[in-house]
Design a protein around this ligand. Structure first.
Ligand SMILES: [Fe+2]
Length: 262
């Protein structure tokens, strides 16, 4: 990958995503949020790649994967008006199909095309499967971290906005009721990632974001979590019960512990 090729991929993505523009305000808000998310994920990939001391070509390749990781979101939203894969389509495999159907990677060597397609496809799986080579896994892990970090930002901003201005597809249509699921909280306490299928309320959705921190791969990503105060910001938005406070402190101790060990 070189800068010229990356620029042409960015131009393709800009045109492709702009083709989904719509006069319907609520729909445009959901499209905009994915364009902004893509830009921020690219910045996160760059930061992680630099912290890992990747060479220049691989750093650009990581950015290209960030650029395309959610390319399936646009057609998903246009067709189903949701970002919830469980009631529509797997947006990662859809993204890989979009890239292949449009021949968007035509100017890249086969090895890079494969790496991008695999990383896009793997970016949202619950856990990475066996059978991939170390290089593919490295880039898949990198984009998974970059993505989770920015979803934290999106979710925190979502809850900071007035109800009428929110990009409603972000919260997967969950009810804003005061409770939370014991199963999601138990996952957090066990140091495990929760599953989207366990979510019952918006509080569960916030707890899921915290549980995602257990799945971050790189110290660089954990440092960004602390710099950006994501744990504190999510904690402020959750009910102040003792069990939630305890779970939040467990996550904080986990992040600090991993950083000390790195
Ligand atoms: Fe995604």
């Amino acid at each position: 990958m070189n800068q010229e090729k990356l620029t042409s991929l960015k131009n393709w993505f800009g045109d492709y995503s702009a083709s989904f523009s719509t006069p319907v305000k609520e729909d445009q808000r959901n499209i905009d949020i994915k364009r902004d998310h893509t830009r921020e994920v690219c910045l996160n990939t760059l930061r992680i790649a630099r912290d890992l001391r990747m060479n220049g070509e691989d750093t650009l390749l990581a950015e290209a994967i960030g650029l395309f990781h959610d390319v399936g979101r646009f057609r998903q939203y246009q067709t189903y008006k949701t970002f919830d894969d469980s009631i529509s389509v797997n947006h990662a495999t859809l993204g890989a199909s979009v890239l292949l159907e449009n021949n968007a990677l035509r100017d890249l060597p086969q090895q890079e095309r494969d790496l991008i397609i695999h990383s896009v496809t793997l970016h949202n799986v619950f856990s990475l499967p066996e059978g991939f080579d170390m290089r593919t896994l490295l880039f898949a892990r990198l984009v998974r971290d970059a993505d989770k970090l920015d979803i934290l930002r999106v979710v925190i901003e979502y809850f900071g906005q007035a109800a009428g201005n929110r990009a409603e597809a972000v919260a997967l249509g969950l009810p804003d009721s005061p409770g939370y699921s014991p199963e999601v909280l138990a996952c957090l306490a066990r140091g495990e990632m929760a599953r989207k299928s366990d979510l019952t309320t918006l509080n569960d959705f916030k707890l899921l974001q915290l549980a995602w921190l257990y799945d971050l791969n790189f110290a660089s990503s954990l440092r960004m979590v602390l710099e950006r105060q994501y744990i504190d910001k999510l904690a402020e938005m959750l009910p102040g019960t003792d069990e939630i406070k305890q779970a939040v402190e467990l996550v904080r101790a986990y992040v600090n512990g991993r950083l000390r060990a790195s």
